[in-house]
Design a protein around this ligand. Structure first.
Ligand SMILES: Nc1ncnc2c1ncn2[C@@H]1O[C@H](COP(=O)(O)OP(=O)(O)O)[C@@H](O)[C@H]1O
Ligand SMILES: O=c1ccn([C@@H]2O[C@H](COP(=O)(O)OP(=O)(O)O)[C@@H](O)[C@H]2O)c(=O)[nH]1
Length: 255
């Protein structure tokens, strides 16, 4: 029996629903990305825009884990340079990530996106303590999970925390949101003639010490063969585009 297509569009012209390339991602948001145009703190407008973009992923069925940085508030290394004991500075940096995660959760919930905050440092009454199996349960049920307080240890960064959590929760990819379009052969903020890579091997990223991500984090993803995509979060729609398979930013992988 033949069926009659009453639609004015032919089959090939029909709009298709976006299909994600990934089932589960780990998104790293730097603290500074939350500052927007200001010098310090959190810009609610930026949070709302990010919530919108994250909501688009949830809308097409992607499970989203997020590691938030704290560099907009405190960085241990900077506090140390100013005279503070390093471990105390790192503890302050990790607590800063919890504040950012609370602000992000607030923005997500205002956009009706169910979300949870977990902390690597126990903080009873404020946020849940990180537990891998519980986190995976939340992700599977469609909740966005914000992993805060980094790894819980001083001398690490939230880039390392993002790679660690990405591996732990068995994400398909770690997606690092930055202010630049990807990984370049040198810092594009400092050098106008910097050239962008579309893709890069872990070993090249390590050998060339390309400052976009710390070397501990790159070693970790290399050892566990976890792909990382670095992209520009200030480019509207870029996050959704890369998740549906678009060529955004730079892919760091085994090569
Ligand atoms: N080779 C490189 N390619 C891309 N970005 C680089 C490179 N070297 C240094 N960077 C810097 O890394 C920053 C992105 O990393 P990110 O972690 O988001 O920033 P921050 O370390 O300030 O929190 C960019 O703003 C850029 O100035
Ligand atoms: O596992 C971790 C993650 C972070 N930090 C501290 O928290 C600060 C904020 O994190 P990060 O600088 O990575 O934030 P981002 O650059 O992403 O905003 C760092 O400078 C460290 O002092 C830490 O001690 N251990």
């Amino acid at each position: 029996m033949s069926s009659v297509d009453s639609s004015p569009l032919s089959k090939s012209e029909k709009p298709r629903a976006a299909v994600s390339k990934y089932k589960r991602i780990l998104l790293k948001l730097s603290g500074e990305a939350l500052t927007g145009d200001a010098d310090f703190g959190i810009d609610p407008k930026v949070l709302d825009r990010m919530a919108l973009e994250i909501g688009q992923l949830v809308g097409i069925g992607v499970q989203v884990g997020i590691v938030v940085g704290g560099g907009n508030l405190f960085r241990g290394a900077a506090l140390h340079e100013a005279g503070m004991e390093r471990v105390t500075g790192d503890h302050m940096g990790m607590l800063a990530t919890v504040m950012n995660a609370l602000a992000m959760r607030d923005a997500l919930e205002r956009s009706n996106i169910r979300s949870r905050v977990m902390s690597a440092i126990p903080m009873s009454g404020v946020v849940e303590h990180y537990d891998r199996r519980t986190a995976i349960r939340y992700l599977t049920s469609g909740d966005v999970v914000l992993f805060s307080a980094g790894t819980g240890n001083p001398f690490f960064t939230t880039d390392s925390a993002a790679c660690l959590r990405g591996i732990e929760i068995d994400a398909d990819v770690v997606v690092k949101a930055t202010k630049v379009d990807g990984v370049y052969n040198k810092d594009p903020v400092k050098f106008d003639d910097a050239v962008k890579y579309d893709e890069l091997s872990y070993d090249d990223a390590l050998d060339q010490k390309l400052g976009v991500m710390d070397l501990t984090a790159i070693c970790l993803v290399r050892d566990h063969d976890m792909p990382v995509r670095v992209f520009n979060m200030n480019k509207p729609g870029a996050l959704l585009n890369l998740v549906v398979g678009g060529k955004e930013g730079t892919l760091i992988h085994r090569g």
